[in-house]
Design a protein around this ligand. Structure first.
Ligand code: KG4
Ligand code: ZN
Length: 336
């Protein structure tokens, strides 16, 4: 069987990324140019700045991905690109670049859903992982509990009603003065704190057992901090971080395991930026072990936004016959 080589491009938020992936699972190169330092100044991603920075970086990142993989345009089988969901101006940069390469190299163009990319990140380091399985996608923009029925076939069974999990991490981190992005900082600080120090609420959504809600938790943390300030009590940031993190993780684990049991899966995966959280991994690992379920998670570099995961997803879409024309557009609210 002939190898399938895919050049993948990702620019949906604040990472300009390109990768070359062989047969959907073997990463030949994975180049990521992060804009985090730039957006840090504003406490979050500024869409207009993101678009402009993508334009500055995209060609260089793609060239680097090809040269590091030692692959020329003529050896590629297809170009894969994230076309949604995400920031429209940011997405357009990657989509336009991918279309240009597709046209110039006479290569098939395969548009990929960003969440499908995050899920597919699990295929890269787990050759044994194949659908069906359940996957919790937790990132800065999404909190989805997804049933992966087959390659390219998904059913979202639970989602957040308000903030995404990563968004909650970022907002709470800002409130306790840790800066942006907050996820990794809360993860680190929590190791020095007591997760049982403060009881924060764990929200459940009535009649929607797999849905999530994090805005109440975020408000509870803010109220707690204000209360301390008013009473002149000292805030132990590490305890706030650890207790908040535990409240998030408990709900994520509870809902995920409920789904796994209800649907009878023997495999469970996590994906997205928050999936690199060390305590979340430990908690999920334990919950899966207790239920004799296989637990899968990508390495941190494949959790946060990257193009290798887009290449993995694009491979399965390509094999299933998905082809997009040069009229492919960015779709900021693309459905899975
Ligand atoms: O997947 P991603 O790079 O971008 C989106 O598609 O949203 O996820 C970024 C999010 C941010 O909210 C960041 O704070 C969070 O992932 N994150 C973490 C950790 N590392 C990144 N959250 C908790 N613990 C971490 N270690
Ligand atoms: Zn993402």
């Amino acid at each position: 069987k002939k190898d399938v080589l895919i050049l993948a491009v990702e620019s949906s938020c604040d990472e300009t990324a390109a990768a070359v992936v062989r047969n959907g699972r073997e990463v030949l190169s994975n180049i990521i140019s992060s804009q985090i330092e730039l957006h840090k100044l504003y406490g979050g991603v500024v869409p207009e700045i993101a678009s402009r920075k993508h334009i500055e970086k995209i060609n260089q990142v793609i060239e680097e991905a090809l040269s590091q993989a030692g692959v020329g345009l003529e050896e590629l089988d297809a170009v894969g690109v994230t076309y949604g969901p995400g920031l429209v101006g940011a997405l357009l940069v990657g989509v336009s670049a991918a279309k240009a390469i597709s046209y110039a190299g006479r290569l098939p163009l395969v548009g990929v859903h960003h969440i499908e990319g995050h899920i597919s990140a699990n295929y890269i380091e787990h050759p044994d992982l194949e659908p069906p399985f359940a996957c919790l996608v937790v990132s800065g923009g999404h909190t989805h509990l997804v049933v992966v029925k087959d390659y390219g076939k998904y059913e979202i069974i639970g989602r957040t009603r308000d903030d995404a999990a990563g968004e909650a991490f970022d907002k709470v981190a800002r409130a306790i003065g840790l800066g942006y992005p907050g996820g990794p900082k809360i993860d680190k600080l929590s190791k020095q704190g007591n997760p049982d120090a403060i009881r924060f609420p764990k929200a459940h959504v009535a009649d929607a057992p797999y849905d999530f809600s994090f805005s109440g938790l975020k408000s509870a943390v803010l109220n707690y901090l204000n209360g301390c300030r008013m009473k002149g009590e000292q805030v132990v940031e590490a305890n706030v971080a650890a207790s908040f993190q535990k409240a998030v993780i408990d709900v994520l684990v509870e809902h995920s395991m409920m789904a796994v049991e209800e649907f009878g899966f023997d495999k469970f995966a996590i994906a997205g930026g928050v999936a690199s959280n060390s305590s979340l991994r430990q908690a999920m690992e334990k919950a899966c072990r207790e239920r004799h379920i296989g637990f899968y998670h990508p390495s941190p570099i494949f959790c946060t936004d990257n193009a290798a995961m887009i290449g993995a997803a694009a491979y399965y879409e390509y094999m299933a016959g998905t082809r997009h024309g040069l009229d492919l557009n960015a779709v900021p609210n693309l459905k899975l």
